[in-house]
Design a protein around this ligand. Structure first.
Ligand SMILES: N[C@@H]1[C@@H](O)[C@H](O)[C@@H](COP(=O)(O)O)O[C@@H]1O
Length: 297
């Protein structure tokens, strides 16, 4: 469990001092805003695919539903530069489910598959687009076949975001009173269906529905940490501000800790975290006068 005194120290670092901070556990990039981040995400993935095309090899990527700022620039970059995605295989990292573990309604805002069809595949020119059979959406009934497909060949790139507890895909901190998950178990976690944590549901309700947590899907199917971190490159990005600020500090400065799954990125040979200025700020760093008993007094 994260030590509160350490957490206070990490959250006290001014945003201006984060990049190149001597205590960083892994590379960190700061970008101005969503626009700059979307362009960077789009270009990094597109250029990596272009390189694979030139080398004449197929390309496999795990991608998220959110951050959302990169879909439009990605399609634009692909279309304008005529980069073919015909040899690309995509694995979608997670999907939301209802309380019985079933898929959501097609137009539910948390139906990741519907969203990705519309905003990721939709604007890409048909002759360049990823083939239908290479679009791997996670569903409650295809866990084994997706697992086998992923194990078949290495993944080139994992592009992702993170959640309030530093979850990658939906690999949340396991807070069950009777079931404890060690760092090693978390690291080897694979595709599964699960109940989402209460704090995940509350924060999603707050950000999407004016705190109406009643509309937030309570379950999910997710790639495990094992699949997500199996990629040669892992790039996590966030532009969604306050609900990601503390997880970012923990990811950047904490030792590996199962309470914040993102800290496992430290064990990856080529992982980079990128955040917008707003996401990298922290209220504690802006208020050195705040007093917390037993922590700074
Ligand atoms: N489980 C999903 C992740 O797969 C996604 O990457 C993240 C993006 O969040 P945002 O849209 O705030 O960047 O949201 C949730 O945590």
């Amino acid at each position: 469990m994260v030590d509160r005194k350490l957490l206070y120290r990490w959250c006290s670092i001014r945003v201006e001092d984060l990049e190149n901070h001597p205590d960083l556990k892994l590379p960190f990039r700061l970008v101005k805003n969503s626009e700059e981040m979307g362009e960077l995400m789009a270009k990094e993935l597109a250029e990596d695919i272009k390189k694979a095309n030139i080398e004449g090899r197929s390309y496999r990527a795990i991608i998220p539903c959110g951050p959302k700022c990169w879909y439009e620039p990605f399609a634009k970059y692909i279309n304008e530069n005529r980069i073919s995605l015909q040899n690309v295989e995509i694995f979608h990292m997670d999907e939301c489910l209802d309380w019985q573990g079933n898929l959501l309604a097609e137009n539910d805002p948390y139906n990741f598959c519907s969203f990705m069809k519309k905003y990721f595949y939709g604007p890409i020119l048909p002759e360049l687009n990823v083939k239908e059979e290479n679009r791997n959406f996670l569903r409650p009934n295809n866990i084994e076949s997706i697992r086998e497909k992923i194990e078949l060949k290495p993944i080139d790139f994992t592009l992702g975001g993170w959640g309030q507890d530093g979850h990658i895909a939906y690999n949340q901190s396991k807070r069950h009173p009777f079931c404890h998950v060690s760092i090693e178990e978390l690291k080897n976690s694979s595709i599964r269906i699960q109940e989402n944590n209460l704090d995940t549901i509350i924060t999603l309700g707050q950000r999407s529905y004016g705190a109406a947590y009643q509309f937030v899907p309570p379950m999910s199917v997710t790639l495990g940490i094992k699949e997500c971190l199996s990629a040669k490159k892992v790039r996590l990005f966030s532009d969604t501000g306050t609900w990601k600020q503390t997880a970012l500090r923990v990811a950047l400065f904490s030792d590996v800790d199962a309470e914040y799954p993102m800290t496992l990125l430290q064990n990856h040979p080529d992982a980079v975290i990128t955040a917008t200025y707003e996401t990298a700020c922290h209220p504690i760093s802006e208020h050195p006068e705040w007093e917390f008993k037993g922590i700074n007094i």
